[in-house]
Design a protein around this ligand. Structure first.
Ligand code: TRP
Length: 458
């Protein structure tokens, strides 16, 4: 009896650690800032429903495939894809999967750091009570002033990246991952409290109507592409970051089950964030299409009006920064691991190299929010192009390669081998989804803009 209890507790411990670590890399600024901005700009429910659909049918199968590559390849994404291509006796071109991933990671890290930096900036301003009793208009003004000041943005962006470099270079990521066991529940708890507040003070009915009342006609190709991009972005898949987690997979447990829990947690956080932000957006008459401002106006406003809001809000943004940090670390890791394993860089030097590149690109991104806001192409700023290209093109492309590779190229016995703990049904269902739903869907959606462009220019 006592033996049984001991072993089941041990397993439970490593199981939850695995889920928390993976969820820690997935949950981040994307769930707050990006989800609310995209849902707001793309008509709410039309976006949310398509997004949920993709999460289950495309992202979850690809997430499992990515972890399978990791647990089989046991190296950085580039080396892992080289090794597995050799093992499967297919073209060495498949290593493109790894290269694309490192590139996407770098691009995302650059502007992600700017947004996460804004999160850090709010720890200070909320703790010191700067939003106390302010009207929504005043909070909005303060946010616009922050966006207009490249020096401020650069300062917070640099601080965030320095923290990422610090964690990655000292190699304490596994410690960070373990910390996610504490941070995530606290984050969810604080978020639930904000939702309750929003329910009382904001217009919850309007928010629910906006987020969930769905009409087929509202779906457009842009919304479909944006939803697919976000379904990849929010789970941190498509660039090889999740491959690292394959190596830590707890024994004797089903990957599919554990990763489904990750998807559930990530989705719950995004929806809770929506239910925290949108009731205030509607009661305060903020346009849903405002963009990043949604989160950075609604939440500081809320904390300015809740009793003990400084403490509570300061704690909230501290947790946000930590969750963002664990995502930033996962974004940097693939490229750093490659530099260390392949080019024999010292870890510190590798982290500094990648950090410096991301820093420079991030400076360009943040300048496009103010000094260079006129530099636009097809109505998108440099910041938005970086985001569009990495989230809506590079990640789906990476995901497509992963799905085709695992679904169609790796030998069935090898893939089956990684799934030995599963019942046959789960394996067949996943394999089928990966081959016949995920891969073709991503391919079609990626071709959509190309098709429209051809039609437009013909
Ligand atoms: N999923 C993260 C978030 O929602 C952002 C992200 C996108 C990411 N791609 C990633 C994090 C790859 C780590 C690795 O905030």
């Amino acid at each position: 009896m006592s033996l049984l209890r001991e072993s089941s507790q041990g397993v439970w411990g490593s199981r939850w650690t695995f889920v928390a670590a993976t969820a820690g890399a997935a949950v981040g600024m994307g769930n707050l800032w990006k989800f609310s901005a995209l849902a707001g700009a793309n008509g709410g429910a039309a976006f949310v429903v398509v997004y949920l659909f993709f999460m289950v049918l495309v992202s979850l199968p690809v997430l499992i495939a990515e972890v399978v590559i990791g647990s089989r390849g046991r190296a950085n994404p580039i080396t892992a894809s080289q090794n597995l291509a050799r093992e499967a006796a297919v073209s060495s071109w498949w290593q493109l999967m790894g290269w694309l991933g490192c590139l996407a990671g770098l691009c995302i890290l650059s502007y992600y750091s700017v947004m996460a930096g804004l999160g850090i900036a709010h720890i200070d301003s909320i703790f010191t009570g700067q939003f106390k009793g302010l009207t929504a208009a005043k909070v909005g003004e303060a946010f616009n002033q922050l966006l207009a000041d490249p020096w401020q943005l650069a300062l917070w962006h640099s601080i965030f990246l320095a923290l990422v470099v610090l964690v990655v270079s000292t190699g304490v990521e596994r410690g960070m991952a373990r910390m996610a066991r504490i941070i995530l529940p606290v984050f969810v708890l604080l978020l639930v409290i904000v939702v309750l507040y929003s329910n009382r003070m904001g217009d919850m009915a309007a928010a629910q109507q906006f987020l969930f009342s769905f009409q087929w006609q509202a779906i457009t190709p842009e919304i479909v592409l944006a939803a697919l991009g976000q379904a990849f972005f929010t789970l941190s898949i498509g660039l090889g970051a999740m491959m690292a987690f394959g190596a830590y997979m707890p024994d004797g447990r089903s990957v599919a089950g554990l990763l489904s829990a990750v998807v559930l947690i990530d989705t719950a956080v995004a929806l809770l964030a929506g239910l925290a932000i949108f009731p205030l957006v509607f009661s305060l008459n903020i346009a849903p299409s405002t963009g990043p401002g949604l989160m950075f106006v609604a939440l500081p406003y809320a904390f300015g009006h809740i009793e003990h809001g400084e403490l509570f809000g300061g704690a909230f943004f501290t947790v946000v920064a930590l969750v963002g940090l664990s995502s930033g670390v996962a974004l940097m890791e693939p490229a750093v691991a490659w530099l260390v394993e392949r080019c024999k860089f010292k870890r510190l030097f590798a982290a500094l190299t990648v950090g410096l590149l991301a820093w420079g690109l991030g400076i360009v991104a943040l300048l496009s929010l103010n000094e260079w806001s006129d530099v636009r192409w097809l109505d998108r700023s440099i910041f938005n192009w970086l985001d569009y290209i990495s989230a809506n093109i590079l990640l789906p492309l990476g995901g497509l390669l992963i799905a085709i590779f695992v679904g169609w190229r790796m030998r069935l016995e090898v893939v089956r081998d990684e799934f030995y703990k599963h019942s046959g049904v789960v394996f067949v269902l996943w394999y089928w989804l990966l081959r016949y739903i995920a891969a073709p869907a991503v391919l079609l959606i990626l071709l959509l803009p190309l098709y429209r462009w051809l039609v437009a220019t013909a």
